[in-house]
Design a protein around this ligand. Sequence first.
Ligand code: NAP
Ligand code: F7E
Length: 354
Amino acid sequence: MNNIALITGVTGQDGSYLAEFLLAQGYEVHGLIRRHSTQNTERIDHILEGPYNGTKFFLHYADTTDSSGLIRLVSEIKPTEVYNLAAQSHVGISFEVPEYTAEATGVSTLKLLEAVRMFGGSCRYYQASTSELFGGIPETAPQSEKTPFYPKSPYGAAKLYSYWITVNYRESYNMFACNGILFNHESPRRGENFVTRKITLAIANILAGKQEKLSLGNMNAKRDWGFAGDYVKGMWLMLQQDKPGDYVLATNETHTVREFVEAAFGQCGIEIKWEGEGVNEKGIDAKTGRVLVDVNPQFYRPAEVEFLWGDCTKAETELGWKRDVDFKGLVAMMMDSDLKEIAGMTCEEYKAKN
Ligand code: NAP
Ligand code: F7E
């Protein structure tokens, strides 16, 4: 049987890595894209410019809030696997567009599940669930598939609906439907308004003399950050099992935003010392005394998820899932990529010059 995948969110960070991964496994890959007034295929242009385009890789206009398009795509493409990655995925922005987030990140999942149930035959289904489901649980232990949920944002609440409707379709209709409960995963392709990419991009601009300082919100928040390329393999593994299930993917490590800042500057040979507290906190270049980081309350959220730390034992033991990139490797990869793009040199080259 030919393996045919349909990916929603193919223009996003994860969609682009997943498309590459599945094409390398010999899949025919179909991506759902929505219409924009400007081109936004930056993350998949290298695939569109390569030999797979039009032979194994196909794009289709649709929108996951529009069930007629989803029905059309599932019936025409007849995918063997559907990966539902599309979402309004920014937690902070979900407070600004809560109703749209409920539609795009919540109810759209039901629309796609219905399309697969009615027209997908034995097609397997992956749902992009999230560690934001754990949200406000107390800072006690790493969070696993057994940890109760407590979403703290319109995004988290919409994803909670998506999680349970996926479980419900599995149990009600015997569908092969899985939730990947993924902790934060990043890469050089991460959207520029997520904190890791905002940090590495700002540092590159500061070092190139194009930006004065980096302004952040809550630097005490702790996240379990992995590499997106490792996580898309886990998504695929979930759909290759004998039985469907829900799995946490994480690194089993947690770091504050402040530690990410230190590590990213450190990668370029700059030591940051911290002075002040709360909105008055400043990150200062230990050598020159220049203020490189400050706090802007504009980036605080109405409610915050303070602590995420994942336990991915189930994925490691049942799926045999492994990661290639650790926290240090992730910071180095992202910092190198942005510095190369903006200043034309790697971190090592920058350090050698300064
Ligand atoms: P991302 O970079 O923000 O990509 C989101 C994708 O969804 C984009 O391709 C976007 O298309 C598409 N999309 C949004 N609304 C849509 C709609 N109404 N119709 C069709 N497409 C739509 O997100 P990501 O980091 O790759 O994450 C992938 C998925 O995993 C998301 O569901 C996210 O919530 C979830 N997740 C992410 C993480 C993480 O740390 N990255 C962790 C847990 C779960 P445009 O390009 O047209 O905007
Ligand atoms: O924030 C704090 C912020 O926006 C991380 C999405 O992929 O992962 C992501 O959601 C932390 C938060 O990611 C700034 O308050 C401080 O505590 O990078 P983020 P997120 O909210 O964790 C989950 C798992 C998903 O599912 C989501 O789709 O960093 N923070 N200062 C800041 N965050 C941002 N964005 N910008 C700041 O200036």
